[in-house]
Design a protein around this ligand. Structure first.
Ligand code: ADP
Length: 322
């Protein structure tokens, strides 16, 4: 869907981005991760030509983006700005309607789509007539997402989309984001400096440092097949949480015994992460075991917490010593 080849951008003597090459597959969520100043935002903004590269090429859907008009390119790409970037003197409805207006949409079409999206993002209709400062940070962030999604673009660029939120609101919106069909179909490039956010939301992570790509891969590859010491050190502090959030019950399936312990009624998918599975145990300490099911094979296993942690330990050993 997007191919970035040998792209560089300098500001005076600062090499913001230095000869980077990567591909974004259709429908995937690629997260650009790295510390402040490593070149993430510059990379993102070159994809919608808010910044022009000094050299290299960016091909979008088979077409070199430098060939057409930037405005036309931007109409095909949704963009969620850092710090939301709503117009303060526009109502929420007017903020959402900015791009539809540029595209000369009929007012009725804009209203219909707006109403559809605010329901999906759980905003009250009354907020449409309010101004940005009258909404909470979380609500403003939702408006920023709606504004980027209104024309249903196939590609979405997101710059620290959850950056301005407190931790609780942030994790709420992140889960909604993951669950929404609107996002699942899209090709997304997202910038974050938050390692956990990257691991929770990314199909693949592009870890950057000093304008260069250090490693691109699935979260599990960064954890268990780090390209070099930089990657290992970058993840070191949060390693255990990242493993809990990245590894699923399914990954441990072969290492889990069939337990005979009486389990609670109902079952859960083995696509649950270890983190989510542990949350089940901590939410009701009277339950000795939970039933997990492999939705492909319909095989289920009753798993006690001790079995889960022991299988996790074996999995870590296998992955690390493999
Ligand atoms: P990130 O998004 O990873 O924080 P940026 O892409 O914003 O990084 O910036 C990369 C580097 O380029 C930084 O050193 C930054 O200071 C520099 N830079 C970015 N934009 C400009 C600009 N307009 N003028 C001068 N230097 C810039």
């Amino acid at each position: 869907m997007i191919t970035v080849s040998g792209v560089s951008k300098s500001y005076g003597n600062t090499k913001a981005v230095s000869d980077i090459t990567f591909t974004v597959l259709e429908g995937e969520n690629l997260v650009l991760l790295g510390t402040s100043g490593c070149g993430k935002t510059t990379t993102l903004k070159m994809i919608n030509r808010l910044i022009e590269p000094d050299s290299g090429s960016i091909i979008l859907d088979g077409v070199d983006i430098s060939k057409g008009k930037p405005e036309e390119l931007r109409r095909k790409i949704g963009y969620v700005m850092q710090n939301v970037g709503l117009f303060p003197h526009f109502t929420i409805a007017e903020n959402i309607a900015v791009v539809p207006r540029l595209l000369h949409w009929a007012a009725k079409k804009t209203t219909q789509r707006t109403v559809e999206l605010i329901a999906k993002f759980q905003l009250p209709e009354s907020s449409l007539h309010q101004f940005p400062h009258e909404l909470s940070g979380g609500q403003q962030q939702r408006v920023g997402l709606i504004r980027a999604l209104i024309t249903d673009p196939a590609i979405l660029l997101m710059d620290e989309p959850f950056g301005a939120l407190d931790n609780v609101t942030r994790s709420g919106i992140q889960s909604e984001f993951k669950a929404l069909e609107e996002f699942k179909r899209k090709t997304i490039v997202m910038v974050t400096h938050d390692v956990q956010e990257a691991f929770e939301l990314a199909d693949r992570i592009c870890l950057m440092d000093q304008g260069k790509i250090v490693q691109i891969g699935r979260p599990k590859e960064l954890l268990f097949r780090p390209a070099n010491d930089f990657v290992t050190k970058f993840l070191e502090n949060q390693r255990l949480v990242l493993e809990f959030k990245t590894i699923t019950v399914k990954d441990l399936w072969a290492l889990l015994p069939d337990s005979s312990i009486q389990s609670s009624p109902g079952h859960f998918s083995n696509a649950f992460s270890i983190w989510s599975a542990m949350e089940l145990f901590s939410s009701d300490k009277t339950v000795e075991a939970h039933t997990f099911i492999d939705l492909n094979t319909q095989v289920s296993k009753r798993i006690a917490l001790s079995e889960l942690t022991s299988a996790f330990g074996s999995y870590q050993n296998l992955e690390i010593h493999d």
